[in-house]
Ligand binder design. Structure first.
Ligand SMILES: Nc1nc2c(c(=O)[nH]1)N[C@@H](CN(C=O)c1ccc(C(=O)N[C@@H](CCC(=O)O)C(=O)O)cc1)CN2
Length: 299
């Protein structure tokens, strides 16, 4: 169900509604379908298994991990949580990964990021069996994505694509601009959009005249980590704006990288924060855990 709550002025001077891309509702709808799939798998003797590894006591990570486990439990996915102290050395994290790689009841493994500084995230990700790499961060899965033969895809970009699809937003032929080049969001997002025939530009801290580039975007994905960085003057009227940010404003309120109040007046569709990309990230994780279980048990 599409919700409208803002107006933008189109190029002919008429007013049009802005669609709020509701990640919470969309993820609930997708999870209802997934629940049916999990029940069917269980009748065949297959219970999908997800292992989450949390190292240290980052408060935000603790919330995200709890939300992942709660979702898995709701769906009837077997979920295992392995926690290690913030002083854990790399060898200890690798030992847990090796144990989970060998555990037949586990189909998907993820190590929550960020990791404490003494642990190299690249080494940890490389140690995960690519067939269980439910985050899609392993080099095998990254390479497959760029070959347009995806195995598992990073959850946030996967969730964004699912959101665009749910709202019937056409991507082929569109100009997509991404702010941010991280391995978790920017790069896999670019590959996914390219794979469905968007014309993609990745921008970053060295991009000159950034807002001149963003104003060209039909689809603008913002993952820069700076509160309310993108304002209405950076957005083409009628653009679709996806906000991946999770920032705190001066009052400590959770806000995105996009100034929602001004941008929602010019965008044709926009994700809120909270309730946009975040819930879709968790939905994507669940969808891909079930997919890995099917591949593991049915080939
Ligand atoms: N191993 C991984 N680590 C991290 C990932 C990841 O995909 N894999 N992504 C982010 C954190 N993240 C998932 O892990 C994540 C962040 C936020 C949300 C979310 O639902 N946010 C809510 C608001 C939550 C709040 O109130 O604080 C929302 O947007 O509505 C889900 C997942 C970094 N690490």
């Amino acid at each position: 169900m599409v919700r409208f709550n803002a107006l933008w002025r189109d190029q002919k001077g008429g007013t049009t509604m802005t669609t709020i891309l509701d990640g919470k509702r969309t993820s609930n709808a997708l999870m209802a379908d997934l629940q049916t799939e999990v029940s069917a798998l269980k009748k065949q003797g297959v219970t999908p298994g997800l292992a989450v590894v949390l190292v240290g006591n980052d408060p935000a990570s603790a919330i995200y991990v709890r939300n992942k486990q709660r979702r898995a439990d709701q769906l009837g996915i077997h979920s295992v949580m392995r926690t290690l102290p913030s002083t854990a050395m790399q060898a200890e994290v690798l030992a847990v990964v090796a144990e989970l790689n060998a555990d037949e009841s586990i189909d998907g493994i993820l190590v929550q990021l960020p990791l404490p500084k003494q642990v190299d995230p690249d080494a940890v990700v490389a140690a995960i069996n690519p067939a269980k790499d439910v985050d899609g961060f392993h080099a095998n899965n990254v390479g497959r994505l760029w070959e347009n033969n995806p195995g598992v895809v990073a959850s946030t970009p996967f969730g964004i694509m699912a959101l665009l699809k749910h709202y019937g937003i056409e991507v082929a032929g569109k100009r997509a601009v991404i702010i941010g080049r991280s391995n978790i969001v920017g790069r896999p997002m670019a590959a996914l959009l390219l794979n469905v025939d968007a014309t993609v530009t990745i921008t970053h801290s060295k991009t000159r005249d950034l807002f001149a580039v963003t104003r060209e975007a039909d689809i603008l994905v913002v993952a820069i980590g700076r509160a309310k960085f993108v304002t209405a003057d950076a957005v083409k009227p009628g653009a679709v704006v996806i906000d991946v940010g999770m920032d705190r404003d001066a009052a400590g309120k959770l806000v995105g990288d996009v100034d929602f109040d001004s941008v929602s007046k010019v965008a044709s569709a926009i994700t809120p924060v909270p309730g946009g990309v975040g819930p879709m990230t968790i939905a994507a994780l669940m969808i891909q855990t079930v997919e890995l279980a099917k591949r593991h048990h049915h080939g």
